[in-house]
Design a protein around this ligand. Structure first.
Ligand code: GLV
Ligand code: MN
Ligand code: MN
Length: 413
């Protein structure tokens, strides 16, 4: 089968979507429920409809784009990713797996493939954790890991609940309908940038993901005693920022001393109140991301952070509230799908490497619903979650070619 992948058209679409952002170019910020998120969704739906594909959206905003196969009764093959973006992000994270999947389908259509199984491209809601403190809201709900009862209560930093947001943007369907049946899809394949440096370093165009690391998110609220920065003497202080600063260092130590080079820990959010130069901070809010490839190593590091938080807060006379927002297991990708992707690489003549994903993905939750695997492409310097994130049109084309070949094989079985 000869596949014509139009890398220029795909690049133009990636560029156009990147301009739909809450911040000026080259910064991409598209947080769930923002105006940019809504416009980004409309952009992708329009592209799908222009390719003659059927589009629907579920009650949590997951978008499903279907290329109908010959056998309406056969389980479809799913692919896709996300288009939401954290603050100060780039244009490729998630987007390559969405717009790249559309290009793969267009190339297969053009090549005259009449697939037996349908292909469904899923654009998942809020893979990124920005609004509600943990990621993969859409895919967690598809898998049933996040229930409607818990989801509606999620609150953002302004205190607005997910249910209030749903009403604001006009999503009125019943959330109980989101969960997928166990036999809904025959497979899920996600194309994504590596977000790490290994493929580039080794000069390889494709990574086939065999395992996805175990992430966690912890929220920590510290309450101290505020007061006048000039008049409150040092022995009388219970400064929430200083407790938070010590905890952030303990977070770093927990990763450094875990005994595993795969443990990574980040205090990515640290806000204080009241935030005046002449006022002792009375409140601090921290959000901590901690991951490892093994749950046991990650959980041991989390326990050390909890212990340190208690010790530091007792010593400093600070009240604390620690909330574990998420702690997900690592995922082993389906060996048959890993082989199918490897075969597709051979068919298009591209060398590849089997690898671990250190970032999490909607694949982590789709794996609870159906066999799942991922295709990685290199990104410059391994940079991601930054505006200078970059993969070249040729690198993206290679990923789309492998995705298209894999879909062609899986949809004909
Ligand atoms: C996904 O964006 C992650 O943080 O791994
Ligand atoms: Mn991301
Ligand atoms: Mn992503």
């Amino acid at each position: 089968m000869h596949l014509e992948i139009d890398e220029q058209r795909l690049q133009n679409q990636i560029d156009e979507l990147s301009l739909i952002s809450e911040q000026a170019p080259p910064v991409v910020t598209r947080v769930l429920f923002s105006e940019a998120d809504q416009r980004g969704r409309a952009f992708v739906k329009k592209l799908a409809e222009e390719s003659g594909l059927r589009v629907r959206q579920d009650a949590i905003g997951n978008i499903f784009v279907r290329w109908a196969g010959r056998d309406a009764g056969a389980q479809p093959i799913a692919t896709g990713s996300h288009i939401d973006a954290i603050p100060n992000a780039g244009k490729f994270d998630g987007v390559v797996g969405v717009l790249g999947a559309l290009e793969a389908v267009r190339a297969l259509q053009k090549a005259g493939l009449k697939p037996k199984r349908s292909v469904e491209i899923i654009i998942f809601t809020a893979e990124e954790p920005t609004r509600f403190g943990f990621g993969c809201i859409g895919s967690r709900m598809l898998a049933g890991t996040l229930t409607p009862e818990k989801a509606i209560l999620l609150k953002d930093s302004d205190g607005t609940t997910l249910e209030e947001w749903r009403r604001k943007v006009g999503w009125s369907d019943d959330l109980a309908m989101v969960r997928l049946p166990k036999d809904g899809y025959a497979a899920f394949i996600e194309l994504h940038i590596e977000q790490g440096p290994l493929l580039e370093r080794e000069g390889l165009p494709i990574g086939v993901v065999e395992k996805i690391a175990a992430p966690s998110v912890t929220r920590l609220d510290l309450t101290g005693v505020g007061g006048h920065a000039g008049a409150m003497l040092m022995p009388d202080r219970h400064d929430a920022l200083l407790a938070g600063a010590e905890i952030a260092l303990a977070v770093e130590q927990a990763a450094l001393t875990s005994g595993s080079p795969d443990t990574v820990a980040t205090t990515g959010i640290f806000r204080i109140e009241p935030g005046a130069v002449n006022s002792v901070p009375c409140l601090a809010h921290l959000e901590i991301d901690l991951r490892d490839t093994q749950s046991s190593t990650r959980d041991a590091a989390l326990r050390r952070i909890e212990q340190a938080t208690g010790d530091i807060c007792r010593r400093r006379g600070i009240q604390f509230n620690l909330q574990r927002m998420a702690a997900d297991p690592p995922v082993v990708c389906d060996p048959k799908l890993v082989s199918a992707i490897a075969d597709a690489c051979s068919a298009v003549g591209l060398p590849f490497k089997r690898m671990i994903s250190r970032a999490y993905h909607d694949s982590s939750f789709m794996s609870q619903v159906c066999p799942t695997a991922m295709i990685f492409i290199p990104c410059r310097g391994g940079v991601s979650h930054r505006p200078d994130e970059y993969s070249s049109p040729q690198q993206i084309k290679a990923g789309v070619a492998v995705l298209a070949r894999t879909l062609a094989a899986l949809t004909s079985e």
